[in-house]
Design a binder for this molecule. Structure first.
Ligand code: ADP
Ligand code: ASP
Ligand code: MG
Length: 450
């Protein structure tokens, strides 16, 4: 195992010059930090996604391009020697402009990835220069030379063996001499096309890189001092968790806690790399350690919320006491590459939620062809505007009585789907978006604030 540490900084952490300077302090304070993984400056990816989805009105496109220029220019203006960095950023903005025009004619996933990757490509040019101007021997590496993925644009899968060997060729030798600043979120397929790992993917990139270089630690620097009992923006009385197990934190990430991309902990767990989550604005406040072994395993650990859920309900009286119906349904779903997240069944119906969406955003959609084929088997009802609330904890399947407490807190809510018992680590349910935050607040109050 190498001695070095990988530090990832999210969008708000690199939002402007002051924020980048705070990150530079953090990097300088730990001489073992040799690899820095950065997101795009705050708000940039959202703008790029808008452009990638296709804006036909040129004035509207120009407005967004102007905002993108302003965000980066504001930081460049504070550099002592911005020349080369400015040129590099301008080139990327030109690419953005061309791709946005192409997307306005016809958008597609490959083009989207090429376009949205530009945010990280710009921020890292600037971040490396901020570090150099403070006297840090820093260099920028294009992670597309290392982070090899398949060609599933928008949610690409990493090729671990290739990443490891490319990291050994291109990253590790650099880290001997430099603090290497590189991009999160983006990768490259076999054919040289730019890919992305899905929204929020920089956490995952950092973990993949940490795994490939066998880092001793991974730090995720964000805008909150650690992982809380729930999103503190929803429940202001949420409290930070000082230590949490990989499995609890993975459940939280999978169930939508935005603080970590769902796949982040998979590489860290594989290589037993401890992960620290803290605030780049208030590093003195400490944060959360995610480890294999933890001292306490409470029954209730946290609440997570995942919105933009799509529920598909399939009804058929032929299902009653028959066999093979579900097999046929899943055959259709598999044929159309529809990934199912949750599922509940009754004698004559089955409800399922569709797995999360890719970089282009929005609720996952049941492909039209899949719907038509399912309609030959049963009636198909599709509902949007739903959110999934998950209560995460330990030994839940062996504990008596807690479900009563949960459901009495939620007695006034219309729960659309409940998944209970399949996992010892969670109880989750689907409800309408308009009441989901209230449900989190009430559950937090009753289960965590005493
Ligand atoms: P970054 O840009 O640094 O990756 P994100 O916005 O992706 O940051 O994630 C940080 C945000 O995650 C916080 O501001 C907070 O609103 C949200 N969040 C959701 N669940 C939690 C939780 N359990 N603990 C802390 N933050 C959470
Ligand atoms: N910039 C990307 C996003 O906003 C990736 C990330 O920040 O993790 O989704
Ligand atoms: Mg994030």
């Amino acid at each position: 195992m190498s001695l070095f540490n990988v530090a990832k900084f999210g969008g708000t952490s690199v939002a402007n010059f002051e924020a980048m300077s705070r990150c530079a302090d953090i990097i300088e304070n730990n001489p073992n930090t040799r690899l820095v993984v950065s997101s795009a400056c705050s708000g940039v990816t959202n703008f790029l996604v808008e452009l990638a989805n296709g804006i036909s009105d040129q004035a509207q496109r120009d407005q967004i391009l102007k905002r993108l220029d302003e965000i980066h220019q504001a930081i460049l203006n504070q550099l002592e020697d911005a020349n080369e960095t400015s040129v590099a950023v301008s080139h990327i903005l030109e690419t953005v402009s061309h791709l946005a025009e192409a997307a306005s004619i016809q958008s597609n996933k490959k083009l989207t990835d090429h376009l949205v990757a530009c945010g990280e490509l710009m921020s890292t040019h600037i971040f490396a220069q901020v570090l150099r101007e403070r006297g840090v021997k820093a260099t920028r590496v294009d992670i597309r030379d290392v982070l090899r993925t398949d060609s599933q644009f928008g949610k690409a899968e990493p090729n671990l063996d290739q990443i490891k060997s490319l990291a050994q060729q291109h990253l590790i030798p650099m880290c001997q001499d430099f603090v290497v600043v590189t991009q999160g979120f983006i990768g490259c397929d076999e054919d040289g096309n730019t890919t992305t790992l899905g929204r929020g993917g920089s956490d995952y990139s950092a973990a993949l890189i940490a795994e490939a270089v066998e880092a001793e630690g991974l730090e995720i620097w964000t805008d909150v001092p650690g992982i809380y009992t729930t999103d503190p923006r929803i429940a202001p009385k949420a409290t930070p968790i000082s230590e949490i197990s990989f499995s609890e934190a993975s459940e939280m990430a999978n169930f939508g806690a935005k603080i970590l991309h769902p796949s982040t902990l998979v590489p860290a767990l594989r290589h037993d790399i401890p992960v620290f989550v803290g605030s780049s604005k208030e590093p003195e406040k400490g944060g959360t350690w995610i480890r294999h072994q933890v001292e306490s395993s409470p029954l209730f650990r946290a609440l997570a919320l995942r919105c933009n859920q799509t529920m598909v309900t399939l009804r058929s009286v032929e299902m009653f006491h028959a066999y093979g119906f579900l097999a046929k349904v899943f055959e259709v779903l598999a044929k159309h590459k529809v990934s199912v997240d949750l599922i509940t069944t009754s004698e004559v119906s089955v409800s399922l939620t569709l797995d999360q969406t890719d970089t282009s955003g929005g609720a996952p959609q049941l492909p039209e062809q899949a719907r038509l084929e399912l309609e030959k088997l049963c009636t198909v009802e599709i509902e949007h505007n739903l959110c999934l609330v998950a209560l995460i904890g330990n030994n839940m399947s062996e504990s008596k009585g807690y479900a009563k407490q949960v459901f009495s807190t939620l007695e006034d809510f219309n729960l659309r789907m409940i998944c209970y018992g399949a996992s010892p680590h969670n109880l989750c349910f689907l409800l309408h978006e308009s009441v989901s935050k209230l449900a989190i607040q009430k559950l937090h109050q009753d289960l965590f604030e005493y």
